[in-house]
Design a protein around this ligand. Structure first.
Ligand code: NDP
Length: 687
């Protein structure tokens, strides 16, 4: 019973048996793993030579759609994953976070394609003018790195840990080698089996190592990226490897951190926020049996409320049913294995140098439908430390299980100081309804936490909770938490892409980026741009309109029509001490007049609708008597998906895209009076 690795396009087993894997809650043998005898250098080369070229030539739209297809595919198979997941000690609720949370990451990253071009590369920020004459400018772009993303993951989330990471590198255009933690890698392996069987990813996009990585890290190169989730000790050891240092291989660490929750002094026993606080602590201590990198390890409470808090949390913990995760009545399963239990007990004994247990026991636990000896069970342990400023253990020692320490604070400064004593964490929560308390805490504690949740009754019902990293928010933290950052929406893909600043003439940069750069040459055409289909329009296509005289009567009529009688638009205003010399045209009138100049025809044309305005600035007042004309240039095109289940004939699902237009309003001295980007929805020709 050897678990195979998926490498160089094949399912391969290593020589011999290096490790046996067992069921976390009953100790039964599951399978064995080995990577002995594998050629790790060729595994990396395969990713670089086969997976990388296939992914990097795809556009973001194609990669995003690939992730979406994969998410739907895995969702179909989820019950299979849930079934196996119990063997890791996880309850159904724990597995939901791991399995559907992981698949959710695929969906979220798939949706990010809408913010990215239909290209294999992306622009990073706006064009930067570098010369007075406008002939020299700069633009940052991001291109996929040419290597492989190597993900070394923790044991606690065998599915999410893989999917949250590969979703991002695949969207960026890089392949991955995933090395899950050995103890729970059989679940990751099952998901990889399904991914490979789906045929959705290109060859070489994903490889899996179940077991030791051998000499893999001695062969990584500067175009590769390593992410590590696990203990700070291993993280430090790996990122200090000579090959990694010598080649400046990007290395992101996410390590154990001592996350905290603060109870605001405004929260009174028995109040709704008090219940929310108690529930959040219980949830974070018991979910995944406390084996979460984001779990609450330190609880800071106003000294005067400590007795009431002890009572509330202890009562809440006593209502948690512990035992066989396959039993539906169970709310907390086991740790991932016996060695994790030994490790947790060791860490708790270190904490006990300065704290005492006020709820739970190190030696016994009441179980439902399970064996306390064969299964890696442990009781939730609530500790009390009365001297958080003079003892270091609660701020240094992490017991990676259902263990948390209560500590008193006197005032907000103390609470902030205590939260910082963790030397950097992934997340912190403050429960308060008081805006001043919240602001003071968030701004002062922000330097030491990757994410801060301000929790109270106004958001608790819909809150995703203290412990949930979200694909659209950054996950990571300073200092002890590893100093890394992952996910965070578009921020995440940047770890897998090389940012390069390109310089040249705006016309040249337009040709390279396929996004019109201000000042670039426009392409004139005999056909009006509104008569062109999506495929026929090119970035840089430009229309220069006729002139229109702006009169005082126009401005008066616009004021009447819109109801905008701001004093600057009224001819009779005394303009002394104002920004203007006389009656000035409304900015919105100028946009409308611009539309009157660039919009074409009473007949139907490929333009389906006005999609919106992205930004607009008015740069010079336009007074009556001024003639304006418009430079209307295609800036960028974004293709839109078609819902294949809706026939095009219905008119609802016309194949189409969004065209962004760079609109310059010029006055009769050819100076810019306004500039902006407007969007139209344009039909495709293959309608
Ligand atoms: P480790 O640091 O031991 O392992 C993390 C990952 O690194 C595993 O995949 C492990 O593989 C791998 N690894 C270990 N040594 C090497 C090596 N020499 N070369 C390559 N890969 C290596 O952490 P654990 O998973 O055992 O967890 C220990 C502690 O880490 C926990 O108690 C907790 O404090 C912290 N942790 C933090 C998490 C976070 O998200 N921040 C999540 C989970 C744990 P293998 O399993 O094969 O040894």
């Amino acid at each position: 019973m050897m678990l195979s690795n998926y490498l160089t396009g094949h399912w391969i087993t290593g020589d011999g048996e290096e490790q046996q894997l067992v069921n976390a809650f009953n100790g039964d043998y599951i399978t064995s793993i080995s990577t002995r005898g594998l050629d790790f250098e060729s595994i990396l080369e395969y990713g670089r030579k086969v997976g990388n070229p296939a992914l990097r030539k795809m556009t973001f739209q194609q990669r995003g759609n690939m992730l979406k297809a994969l998410a739907f595919y895995l969702l179909e198979k989820k019950e299979k994953f849930y079934k196996l997941s119990t063997q890791t000690g996880a309850t159904r609720a724990d597995s939901w976070v791991d399995i559907e949370g992981g698949i959710g990451n695929l969906f979220s990253n798939a949706s990010l394609r809408r913010k990215l071009p239909d290209e294999s590369f992306a622009l990073d920020g706006e064009s930067i003018s570098l010369s007075k004459g406008g002939t020299f400018s700069g633009q940052h772009i991001l291109v996929p790195k040419e290597g492989v993303a190597v993900h070394i993951n923790a044991f606690n989330f065998p599915v999410w840990g893989m999917l949250e990471k590969i979703a991002v590198n695949l969207l960026a255009g890089m392949p991955a080698i995933v090395k899950p933690a050995s103890v729970t890698c059989y679940l990751t392996q099952m998901v990889v089996q399904e991914i490979i069987a789906s045929g959705i990813l290109p060859k070489g996009a994903l490889q899996l190592i179940c077991g030791s990585t051998g000499d893999l890290l001695d062969h990584v190169q500067s175009q590769d990226v390593i992410t590590f989730t696990g203990s700070a000790v291993t993280g430090l050891k790996l990122k200090s490897l000579p090959n990694i240092l010598a080649n400046n291989v990007p290395f992101t660490t996410e390590a154990d951190s001592l996350n905290c929750i603060v109870l605001g002094n405004d929260v009174e026993p028995g109040s709704a926020d008090w219940e929310i606080f108690t529930k959040e602590v219980r949830k974070e201590m018991t979910a995944k049996a406390g084996q979460k990198c984001t779990a609450i390890r330190r609880i800071f409470v106003p000294a005067s409320k400590m007795d009431a808090v002890k009572e509330s949390i202890s009562k809440s913990l006593s209502q948690t049913t512990i035992g066989n995760p396959e039993n539906e009545a169970v709310r907390m399963g086991s740790l991932a294995g016996q060695s994790q239990r030994t490790e947790v007990k060791n860490q708790v004994s270190k904490l006990l140098a300065s704290s005492q247990i006020i709820y739970g026991s190190l030696d016994s636990v009441q179980l439902l439908d399970a064996d306390a000896v064969r299964g890696a069970f442990i009781s939730p342990l609530l500790l009390m430390n009365d001297n958080p400023f003079t003892t270091e253990e609660p701020h240094n020692v992490e017991a990676f299980g259902p263990v948390s320490t209560l500590m008193p604070y006197k005032n907000m400064d103390d609470a902030i100081e205590l939260s910082r004593k963790g030397k950097g964490s992934l997340c912190s929560t403050i429960v308060t309804g008081d805006k001043l308390i919240a602001k003071e805490y968030v701004l002062a504690a922000a330097t030491h936490h990757g994410r801060i949740l301000v929790l109270n009754q106004s958001c608790a019902k819909e809150s995703t909770g203290h412990g949930s990293p979200l694909p659209m928010l950054v996950h990571g933290g300073p200092g002890r938490a590893g100093g890394g950052e992952e996910m965070g929406g578009l921020r995440g893909i940047k770890h897998y892409m090389q940012r390069v600043a390109i310089q040249g003439s705006p016309t040249m940069l337009t040709a390279i980026t396929n996004v019109y750069q201000p000042g670039g040459e426009g392409n004139k055409s005999d056909v009006h741009l509104f008569k062109k289909y999506f495929e026929e329009i090119k970035p840089g296509d430009q229309l220069v309109t006729d002139e229109r005289l702006i009169t005082s009567e126009d401005i008066n009529r616009f004021a009447e029509l819109s109801g905008d009688h701001f004093y600057a638009h009224i001819a009779t205003t005394d303009f002394e001490n104002t920004m203007f010399d006389k009656q000035v045209a409304h900015g919105y009138f100028l946009i409308s007049a611009a539309a009157g100049l660039f919009v074409d025809s009473y007949e139907k044309n490929p333009v389906l609708l006005n999609y919106g305005v992205e930004e607009f600035r008015f740069t010079k007042p336009v007074y009556p008597g001024t003639s304006i004309h418009i430079k209307f240039t295609c800036k960028e095109k974004i293709s839109q998906d078609t819902r294949s289940d809706t026939p095009a004939e219905t008119g609802i699902d016309i194949p189409k895209g969004i065209v962004k237009w760079y609109v310059e309003i010029l006055d009769d001295t050819k100076e810019l009076a306004g500039v902006g980007t407007i969007l139209t929805m344009v039909a495709k020709k293959n309608i």
